[in-house]
Design a protein around this ligand. Structure first.
Ligand SMILES: [Zn+2]
Ligand SMILES: [Zn+2]
Length: 347
């Protein structure tokens, strides 16, 4: 098959002909139509993801057509138009049987623990549990554009924070996943307060449905401003950066009984922030949650928001490229020059 091979970190991917992936007994083979390029792929390309073994094929935000089905896969057919979540549960363990696929101990992270979809073909294991059949009305571009950012944001806002119409949602950090959280919050009818420090992000946040914008670089106390804007505090708050300061802002901007959801991955010194346990969490009776990925069986609820016209993914697709151009996008990501969603098409 044709694929973009990661052979050397930080060097252009080698677009070449290589071996086809092996069809798992319980899996399917998908002919990739479209694949998103994500900052997680860039981390892998930089060499900071320990899961990656070279030579490697990146790519986890794919959509395409099933061309082969393993003998133990019962529910997916050749010809089905499909996508799949980046985190795939085994379907057999205790947590998977409870429907919590994103916390499976033996999860397959496509494009990281195995070869991904910057290729003509991608093998998807545990297919009955993880493959999502697309609605007839949904194009491969929209399915791929959901990527990990919109699905992660949906899980955080809808499933974890359980944000309802009329509530106030604060979103700290308006990068890809933060903007997606703004969009999902607006789609479910919340008042959304978006926080960042980069002026360029505010226009995007407003387009995504933010009601209020807070420039954290220009106010003394972000949490205080949000508490004033929301008349006493946000009902839910998303931290989308993985930074200690914004984590604290997120906790402190909440109303009593507020729900904090951590979707920014806290690394290095941010992995163990001091926790304002007594004044903030205990007295104010807050909930503090983490969220990562979205289980396949929840994709239809996300599709329903799109079908209802409450979430416009086409607006976010800014760049359509060939497989040969993927390396150029990684270079742009070095300088944070990438804007919106980039899709590899016509692989
Ligand atoms: Zn499992
Ligand atoms: Zn991704």
């Amino acid at each position: 098959m044709k694929a973009a091979l990661l052979e050397e970190f930080n060097q252009p991917l080698n677009v070449t002909t290589t071996r086809d992936p092996v069809l798992p007994d319980d899996g399917v083979m998908v002919r990739v139509d479209t694949c998103g390029v994500c900052r997680s792929d860039w981390h892998g390309w930089k060499g900071t993801n320990p899961l990656i073994d070279r030579p490697h094929v990146p790519g986890h935000e794919f959509a395409g057509e099933v061309v082969a089905v393993g003998p133990a896969c019962k529910h997916i057919r050749v010809g089905d138009r499909v996508t799949a979540p980046v985190i795939m549960g085994c379907g057999q363990c205790h947590t998977c049987r409870q429907g919590q696929l994103t916390i499976c101990d033996t999860q397959h992270v496509i494009g990281f623990t195995g070869w991904g979809a910057f290729a003509e073909l991608v093998a998807v294991p545990y297919a009955d549990t993880n493959v999502v059949v697309l609605p007839d009305t949904m194009g491969y571009d929209v399915a791929a554009a959901l990527g990990c950012r919109t699905t992660t944001a949906f899980a955080a806002v809808v499933d974890r924070a359980a944000v309802k119409a009329g509530e106030t949602l604060a979103v700290h950090g308006c990068g890809g996943v933060g903007l997606s959280a703004v969009s999902i919050g607006a789609a479910v009818g919340a008042t959304v307060i978006a926080v960042d420090i980069v002026e360029d992000k505010f226009k995007l946040a407003k387009e995504a449905g933010a009601t209020h914008i807070v420039n954290a670089a220009k106010v003394d106390n972000v949490a205080e401003v949000i508490r004033e804007l929301s008349g006493g505090g946000a009902n839910a708050s998303i931290e989308a950066l993985g930074v200690t300061e914004t984590f604290h802002n997120s906790l402190r901007c909440l109303a009593k009984f507020g729900r904090h959801v951590q979707i920014g991955q806290p690394l290095d010194e941010h992995a163990v922030p001091p926790l304002p346990l007594l004044e903030t969490i205990y007295y104010r009776q807050l909930s503090v949650m983490g969220s990562r990925g979205l289980s396949a069986h929840r994709f239809p609820a996300l599709f329903a928001l799109i079908a209802a016209g409450r979430l416009d993914m086409q607006r976010l697709i800014k760049n359509r490229i060939t497989l040969e151009q993927a390396s150029d996008v990684f270079v742009q990501m070095n300088n944070h020059e990438d804007v919106g969603i980039t899709l590899i098409e016509s692989i």
